[in-house]
Ligand binder design. Structure first.
Ligand code: NAP
Length: 308
């Protein structure tokens, strides 16, 4: 006989784990598939100083570990593998975890998004030690420092402007000679007394042993290379939502994010989505957790309505 889960949650960042805590406390005995990269983007950060309730800050991995324990305490079952395929056209929904097939009455998708990286030497080695993809998370650690931001979209503008609160100087490095960002954001950057822009230039390498000391730049027009000293590098070249397995199953927007309406409802009745896989605007742990809570409540009410 096939067991049908009442709620199956895919993803184990703040959205998924909060959904698990809420659905577990609603006696729905959720099954959470945490994936091979458990805990999501917070596992890649160090100090989290803006998550409410931790006046002295908390390490990202510790925060996620706490959320996981809290979810397990109320009976969440956790599977540590990746979901490889879903079929939301049939009901109960079908979800493959490795070679195992699961059936579920409702699904909460919280697979998050991944920051895009440049993929240049030094970048990965110095991540968390001067290389970051989140100014809101790490900007605070760069008081009176000189910083480089890479990118020409709204995210890069936003990161550069935010970093001027701390840094003594911010240099935006962009690979073309015009920004992709909205006019108003670009204007703010170009007019800002603390921001310089280096056009037509790419970062070829991040330099430093224990922390960032500089970047090697290459002008894409004349090919000229030079070392540019800096204390930190913020990569803001966009995020990719983790929605590959939902293509053709759920409505996605043109950037690949899951489209939701009326809270956390997706285009398939009974499938809900929360966190960075939906949200490309706020992208904070606390907003993802909040959406995870919403998805749990939406799923619970939806399941209730099916039984009525
Ligand atoms: P985006 O608009 O896709 O911009 C990415 C930028 O990074 C582009 O300028 C791109 O250069 C550059 N880039 C991409 N790959 C690169 C590489 N390998 N090396 C160097 N540069 C690279 O992404 P986003 O800025 O994250 O914005 C995503 C969406 O969210 C947009 O729709 C944006 O409007 C929205 N958003 C809005 C706000 C706001 O309104 N406050 C804030 C953030 C984001 P090219 O220009 O040459 O392609």
């Amino acid at each position: 006989m096939t067991t049908v889960e009442r709620v199956l949650i895919i993803g184990s960042g703040p959205a998924g784990l909060t959904a698990a805590i809420y659905t577990a406390r609603a006696d729905l005995e959720p099954l959470l598939v945490e994936g091979m990269e458990r805990g999501g983007q917070l596992m890649l950060t160090t100090d989290v100083e803006n998550y409410p309730g931790f006046p002295d800050g908390i390490m990202g991995p510790e925060l996620m570990d706490n959320m996981r324990k809290q979810a397990e305490r109320f009976g969440t079952r956790i599977r540590s593998s990746d979901v490889t395929r879903v079929d939301f056209a049939e009901y109960p929904f079908r979800i493959w975890v490795g070679d195992d097939l699961y059936h579920a009455e409702s699904v909460i998708v919280s697979t998050g998004a991944s920051a895009r990286w440049l993929g240049v030497p030094g970048e990965e080695r110095l991540r968390g030690r001067g290389v970051s993809a989140c100014a809101t998370c790490d900007g605070f650690f760069f008081r009176d420092k000189e910083l480089v931001v890479v990118g020409g979209g709204d995210s890069a503008m936003e990161e550069a402007l935010f970093l001027t609160k701390f840094a003594s100087r911010v240099t935006v490095v962009h690979r073309r000679d015009t920004f992709r960002a909205s006019k108003i954001m670009a204007h703010r950057v170009l007019e800002h007394p603390k921001i310089d822009v280096i056009w037509n230039t790419v970062v070829e390498e991040v330099l430093g042993d224990d922390g960032v000391t500089g970047v090697r730049l290459r002008n894409v027009v004349d090919g000229e290379e030079r070392v540019f000293p800096t204390d930190g590098l913020f990569v803001a070249i966009g995020h990719t939502p983790n929605t590959k397995i939902f293509e053709g199953q759920l409505d996605l927007d043109e950037a690949g994010y899951i489209v939701v309406s009326e809270g956390t409802r997706t285009s398939v009745d009974g499938v809900f989505a929360a966190g960075d896989v939906v949200d490309h605007v706020y992208r904070q742990a606390v907003t993802a957790a909040g959406m995870g809570c919403q998805a749990a409540i939406d799923a619970e009410r939806w399941l209730e309505a099916q039984r009525a």
